[in-house]
Design a protein around this ligand. Structure first.
Ligand code: RNT
Ligand code: ZN
Length: 423
């Protein structure tokens, strides 16, 4: 055992005692943390590029900035990067794929995607021991350029996208069957307008109809589950977004699917953490796209900050950790690509751990007795406790680096693998 390791163990023993004084069982917290699989966005690694050979950015209001070299150029390189990222995130996790990441050989348009295009991913997932989630890709395509897909006034365009999403769900269900665990299919569309519109009602009516054509097909929930992702606005859809929060909440409720809340898709002062408890009362499960918007839905890499911690706390306080699907959604092309994935995923785990270490029982007691000062004082003193020691012990037990060794490993990979790709 190295010095660092034996210190980490000793620190954990101390931390365990300190938390126990507050009635918190650190071993139990770590067990619970171990049970949470995160879904890592494959698109962070290559700037939402995909493998269809298209030039230009993703469009649809998604804006990737930065020009860090090392972008994976093909599925093998992307999978190598994802394997590296997964090896640095303690626990067992999932990869979130978009339809644009299929291996299309001679080419297949979006309304022709089929399981065979994703065989390579399933084989990889099996050998990497990772789960897979899936998304239809309703952007980065000439038929999405007019700004409308499933809500388009053009029936031909609508049908094209209905067929794409229908097939995407079939691919997802196939993945679920192949891997023997549910694949989550999430739908986000870019539809909206930049300015004045007379088409709010009609667009939403059309979207409603298209969704019904898509979700008419039912799958075994052991293979596929469905979520729909709302958005307040995007670049180019500042005035109107067809798939708003209200729209999808009600649609999901009505049709027995569930909502996805992307933490970058609300007004900047709106608290997504606050929404969790309400939704949990009405939906059996929820998908979260954890992102970090700065001033707008900028999709910055997730780091440990209050909004994230509060969201994790709300899930744990509601006793609903296992009813939430924890996915990450960001893309920053300005920094170490694999490093971004790893930092983001570990930040979510740290937030969850912190939530699991909260002395909820004691806090609740004080609050229910009307002791508001006592509640705040307890929460503040809890912040002084060594939760970092618990996290480091978790990393140690799972055989992943912690402290500065993490950055070193990520930087070495970038130097030895990513940066060699440019030549
Ligand atoms: C877009 C949504 C959506 C995408 C990914 C690529 O605003 O957040 O989830 O980021 O599907
Ligand atoms: Zn999202």
């Amino acid at each position: 055992m190295t010095d660092l390791e034996s210190r980490a163990r000793k620190d954990y023993e101390r931390a365990r005692e300190v938390f126990a004084e507050l009635g918190v069982d650190t071993d139990r917290a770590l067990k619970a943390l171990e049970g949470v699989s995160l879904s890592l966005p494959c698109w962070q690694a290559d700037d939402v590029g995909g493998f269809e050979g298209r030039e230009g950015g993703p469009g649809g209001g998604l804006q990737v900035t930065g020009s860090r070299p090392g972008r994976p150029r093909n599925p093998e390189e992307l999978r190598a990067d994802l394997s590296k990222a997964l090896s640095l995130v303690p626990g067992r996790h999932r990869v979130n794929l978009h339809a644009m990441y299929g291996e299309f050989g001679k080419g297949a348009d979006r309304d022709r995607i089929a399981p065979e295009h994703f065989q390579g991913w399933v084989d990889w997932a099996r050998s990497a021991g990772a789960g897979l989630d899936f998304n239809a890709t309703c952007f980065a395509h000439p038929k999405a350029e007019a700004g409308f897909t499933l809500a388009s006034p053009d029936e031909g365009i609508r049908s094209f996208w209905v067929e794409h999403v229908r097939r995407a769900r079939e691919v997802g269900a196939w993945m679920g069957r192949e891997l023997g665990e549910t694949c989550l299919h999430n739908l986000w569309i870019p539809d909206g307008t930049k300015d004045l519109t007379t088409l709010r009602f009609r667009s939403r009516e059309r979207l409603f109809e298209s969704l019904d054509r898509i979700y008419a097909e039912r799958f075994d929930p052991g293979e596929l589950r469905d979520s729909v992702e709302s958005k307040l606005f995007g670049i180019g859809t500042e005035a109107f977004t067809a798939g708003s929060h209200e729209f999808y909440l009600l649609y999901a409720m009505e049709r027995g699917i569930f909502p996805c809340l992307d933490t970058g898709h609300f007004h900047p002062t709106e608290s997504v953490a606050d929404k969790v408890s309400s939704l949990l009362l009405f939906f059996p499960e929820l998908l979260l796209h954890l992102s970090r918007g700065i001033r707008w839905d900028s999709d910055h890499v997730v780091i440990l900050e209050d909004a994230l911690e509060e969201t994790a706390c709300e899930a744990v306080r509601a006793g609903a950790l296992d009813r939430i699907h924890w996915a990450l959604d960001f893309f920053d092309a300005g920094l170490n690509r694999v490093g971004a994935l790893v930092l983001g995923a570990r930040a979510v785990q740290k937030a969850l751990l912190s939530a699991l270490l909260e002395p909820v029982e004691k806090m609740r007691e004080r609050e229910e007795e009307g002791d508001r000062f006592g509640l705040l004082a307890l929460r503040e003193s809890w912040k002084e406790l060594p939760s970092g020691a618990v996290w480091r012990y978790f990393c140690l037990e799972k055989g992943v680096p912690f402290g500065e060794a993490l950055a070193e490993e990520v930087e070495t990979y970038e130097r030895e693998v990513l940066l060699k790709r440019e030549g």
